[in-house]
Design a protein around this ligand. Structure first.
Ligand code: ADP
Length: 246
């Protein structure tokens, strides 16, 4: 496990309100990490800062083995470094099949060998099969995506992001609106994806986070309140006070 992303001393103020306050988070590669925290804790702003959507007022965001600063880079340049982001709402091409959606995602992969993965090549076809297996949609490849369940659409979108071969995948509340069975499958998919890359999951659902069985970072008022295994952070009195409300 080596350090992939190092956010340190980051702050961001919106109209006088400190949404992120001296935030430091380090993500390794590979790693599965859950970030939890009450509404307004700064989870979205954290992801916005890492992906270049929002510029922090102070602090450092360093990437990769060369400790490259991401702060001067555009969103596209950051995505090209290998940072993928999954928003809450699935955005797949509903009138296209699952295979076509994955093929489209493969069309614009990053890296110098991108052309190898073009969908028309055997490598591309094989990669689509691999991703479909990874997201549990092998038997749905020829289905029109609009016919998929909400959960399956979410998995397809995760697959489309995996097709871009990210080193870091940021996932916003993947379990929202899912059935219990779908939530369980989503855990498997994320855990599998995190075997070879960093996956950071922002989530409210404690049961879901428990099943992820990973290091948890609790955010509160734009700052890390506690970090460690779920049982450790949920027994921390400050976390109980502000987050669990018990
Ligand atoms: P979370 O995702 O944990 O719910 P956010 O990162 O969305 O938290 O928000 C943190 C705080 O920053 C909130 O109080 C929110 O209202 C504020 N905030 C976020 N983005 C903006 C913005 N563009 N302008 C003003 N306030 C913002």
């Amino acid at each position: 496990m080596t350090s992939l992303l190092e956010v340190s001393g980051v702050s961001k103020t919106f109209d006088g309100f400190r949404a992120i306050n001296d935030l430091s988070i380090q993500i390794s590669e590979p790693e599965l990490r859950a970030i939890i925290g009450p509404n307004g804790a700064g989870k979205t702003t954290f992801m916005d800062i890492v992906t270049g959507k929002t510029r922090p007022d102070e602090g450092r965001v360093l990437w990769g083995e060369k400790n490259e600063s991401l702060l001067g880079l555009s969103e596209a340049e950051i995505a090209n470094r290998g940072i993928g982001r999954k928003f809450q709402k699935p955005t797949v091409f509903e009138d296209q099949t699952v295979r076509q959606n994955l093929a489209m995602a493969l069309k614009n992969p990053r890296g110098p060998f991108a052309v190898l993965f073009h969908r028309k090549t055997p490598q591309g076809a094989q990669r689509i099969e691999e991703i479909a297996a990874e997201i549990g949609l092998t038997d749905q490849l020829t289905r029109t995506s609009g016919e998929l369940s909400h959960g399956q659409k979410q998995w397809l979108e995760i697959g489309m992001l995996l097709a871009q071969d990210p080193r870091l995948l940021l996932v916003d509340e993947p379990a929202a609106g899912m059935t219990a069975e779908e939530r369980e499958k989503t855990t498997d998919i994320l855990r599998r994806a995190a075997q070879t890359r960093a996956v950071v999951v922002v989530e409210h659902d404690m049961e879901f986070v428990r099943r992820l069985d990973c290091k948890v970072t609790v955010l509160h008022e734009g700052h890390v309140l506690a970090e460690g295994p779920l049982d450790h952070v949920t027994s921390d009195p400050t976390v109980i006070d502000v987050y669990l409300g018990r």
